[in-house]
Design a protein around this ligand. Sequence first.
Ligand SMILES: [Zn+2]
Length: 241
Amino acid sequence: MNRKIFTMSFDDGTVQDRRFIELIDKYCLRATFNLNSGFFGNKHFITHEGIKVNHDEVTADEVKTLYCNHEIAVHTVHHPNLIKCSDAEVVAEVSDDFQKLTELSGKEITGMAYPCGGHCYDDRVIRLITENTPIRYARTTDSHHTFALPDDFMKWHPTCHQNDSQLFDSAEKFINAEATEKDLLFYLWGHSFEFDKFGSWGKFEEFCNLISGRRDITYMTCGETYRYLTGKAGKENRTGQ
Ligand SMILES: [Zn+2]
């Protein structure tokens, strides 16, 4: 039996995650939050794509409760471009974040999102992470606008960004699609501070209303999706032998 899966992955752990989680909990949606343990409690504004926006980070002591219905994943300790880091720095940025987030949340952590957007990972970075840390999946920011499953979980490309002009079209297509031949995955990514940046909280609630509460859609975190898809692939391989 194939599934239609909807999942979300949001980066940077800013204070807007509080409002975002309240919203998605209201619609029983699930998400993964990629956090930088080196920045908890920081207060600052950033200029993102030319727009000034509050980028205060959540505090370490709220991590366990705030994200309790969702998945926590690595986004490195200090958000560097990993391509520019030495081998030792790549491993430390990922494994130290993993350790800190595991301690704070008490949850199992298996995934990450690469910091710094596109072109911020390469074969060396992937090899260092898979050989030296427990991280088994990593999200990119390269939207493909389809419901395809990942070929490589360490290059897990999402469907689209929260502010994508095709967001509602993609949602309608997903709602009308049938998972007859294989599982379908709608994978949304973004940053909760961007709802402030674009003034798009209301629009996003319309999206939540549209995508949620559907009997033929399964709402999962990225880690749950990873475990479901790899578990299923393992079973199919075994029956094929
Ligand atoms: Zn980030």
